[in-house]
Each structure stands twice: as structure tokens, then as C-alpha cells.
Design a protein around this ligand. Structure first.
Ligand code: PAF
Length: 282
């Protein structure tokens, strides 16, 4: 496994791979790797010849009061995990290389980004779209992999790739869950023991909502109330949002029909976690 630390070397490597006719799979990450990232790598290894994992903590997707400075960074640990998972190249560009002085171009997607995390984190999705566009332009992947845990992000990137005629496929892979069903996230490591135990309520409440829908409940407000009550029973939890949206436009629905996503964001102490499930109703 190689670690490439600058854009021009990455470009040279990509040109070489393309010349040899080898397909490239990209797994974009901010490091602090976990089993969720590994599942993306495993998928990339199945579908493509060369797996590139980018590790870049992207400042422009963090709000001023968010955790950019303290976001966990441990390249040595990440390199070991990536090597074990079979990553071929870690792309680890510097901040200066990605955003040199005078940098002035940002990508904004008008659809899909206003509701859910777009409402709570202004500017976040433009920061993600900008860095992902840059990564796509540098690495030129045939397929790029994103996790369903960040479903709004993944759908937005799919839309961006289609709208801007980007010549690649965006694959969304299932959420990987740990103990008690807690969705894998780099931010789980911030949780205290009590917060970790309490956070399991996210998956439990989503499963409860699913069983209400299976039992023919169709009133979104009632389902949301059930989820909120369950979450509020945990002393360390503070709800940011709980929403039920259609999976095409990510707009709130009143009545459950077609394919919907139940999405939530909840603080446990200072740590904001997100999760979601999608359900198709006939
Ligand atoms: O999901 C993430 O880790 C980040 O948002 C991404 C896609 C790597 C862009 O910085």
C-alpha cells in the first residue's frame, strides 16, 4: 500500500493506472477509520482494480462551532487498518494543497440539501460537494463509495454527479452497526460510557417506527412522536431533528406512502449523531 501526500503525485499515479486500463474505486473519508469504512473498501475491491482511500479532514464542511479542530486524526492507525482491508493507495493531501491561498470555488446543490442536516448545518453540504468534486477530479474514480448512514450526503452526491455529467458511478452501501445497533461513526469515540449506552436508543426507536409502519400506522406525526418520546427517555440525549421524508426530494411527508426515510440527528452530550432507515410501503 502506498500513501500519496500530494495532488500532483496522485495525478501522475492516476494517469498511469488509466494508461494500464485499470479501474479505480474511491472511498472518500476523513480518517478515524471504522468498520463502516472497511465495508466500503471491501465493496470497492470487488468492483474495481485499484482502491484509493482519501483521508482529508475537510475544514469547509464544518461550521464555526463544530469539531474541526478536535476531529480525531491518527494516520498511523488508519494506515494499518487500510492496509489490512486491502486499500492500494491512501491519498492524504495537505490543507494547503487542497485549498491554496486565494481558493474561491464552491459547489452548491440546490436540491436535497435544505432539509434534515442541511437545515441544522448551514453550508455543510456545499463544503462536502466541493471537496468531493475535487477528489473526483483528482482521483478520477470509475466508482465512488458512500455509506447509507450519511444518506442525505450520498443522495446529494449522486445528484451532483448526474447533474454535472461526472463520468463515474456513485454507490451507496448499507449502514454498518455495532453493539446494540449503534451506527458506526468516527464521532462515536467522543461518547462517554453512559452516552454510548443511551445512544443505542437511536436504532431502537427507528426499529420501533418500522414496526409501527408494518402494523399499518401511516401518520408521520404519530410515528415521529413515538421516536421522540423514546429518545427523550435517555437523560444524555437532546434531539436536533426527527423527520420522515420521501427518498426522492427529501421533503417532509404527512402520510407514509411509497419509499420513505426516517432520519434523525441527536446530541449525546456534545456529540451529534445521525442515523436513518428507509422503508418502502405499497
Ligand atoms: O462522509 C465523510 O466522511 C465526508 O463528508 C466526506 C465524504 C469524506 C467528504 O469530506
Amino acid at each position: 500500500m502506498k500513501t500519496i501526500e500530494n495532488i500532483s503525485r496522485m495525478t501522475t499515479f492516476v494517469k498511469m493506472m488509466k494508461k494500464e486500463g485499470r479501474s479505480i474505486g474511491l472511498v472518500p473519508t476523513m480518517g478515524c477509520l471504522h468498520e463502516g469504512h472497511m465495508s466500503l473498501v471491501r465493496a470497492a475491491k470487488k468492483h474495481t482494480d485499484v482502491v484509493v482511500m482519501s483521508i482529508f479532514v475537510n475544514p469547509i464542511q464544518f461550521g464555526p462551532k463544530e469539531d474541526f479542530e478536535k476531529y480525531p486524526r491518527d494516520l498511523k492507525r488508519d494506515e494499518e487498518l487500510a492496509r489490512d482491508a486491502g486499500v492500494d493507495v491512501i491519498f492524504y493531501p495537505s490543507l494547503k494543497d487542497m485549498y491554496p491561498e486565494g481558493y474561491a470555488t464552491y459547489v452548491t446543490i440546490e436540491a436535497l440539501t435544505k432539509n434534515l442536516c442541511g437545515g441544522s448545518r448551514p453550508g455543510h453540504f456545499s463544503g462536502v460537494a466541493t471537496v468531493v468534486t475535487k477528489l473526483f477530479n483528482i482521483v478520477k474514480p470509475n466508482i465512488a463509495y458512500f455509506g447509507q448512514k450519511d444518506m442525505q450526503q450520498a443522495l446529494m452526491i449522486k445528484k451532483m454527479a448526474a447533474d454535472l455529467n461526472m463520468d463515474l458511478e456513485v454507490k451507496i452501501m448499507p449502514t454498518v452497526r455495532g453493539k446494540g445497533g449503534l451506527a458506526m461513526s468516527s464521532r462515536n469515540m467522543y461518547l462517554s460510557e453512559t452516552e454510548s449506552k443511551d445512544a443505542v436508543i437511536l436504532h431502537q426507536s427507528l426499529k420501533q417506527a418500522e414496526s409501527l409502519i408494518k402494523g399499518q400506522e401511516r401518520d408521520a406525526k404519530k410515528i415521529i412522536k413515538t421516536i421522540e418520546d423514546m429518545i427523550k427517555s435517555k437523560p444524555t440525549a437532546k434531539i436536533d431533528y426527527v423527520a420522515i421524508v420521501d427518498t426522492k426530494e427529501l421533503r417532509d411527508v404527512k402520510t407514509i406512502s411509497g419509499e420513505i426515510m426516517i432520519a434523525l440527528a441527536v446530541f449525546f452530550g456534545n456529540t451529534r449523531l445521525i442515523d436513518n432507515i428507509t422503508i418502502a410501503v405499497k
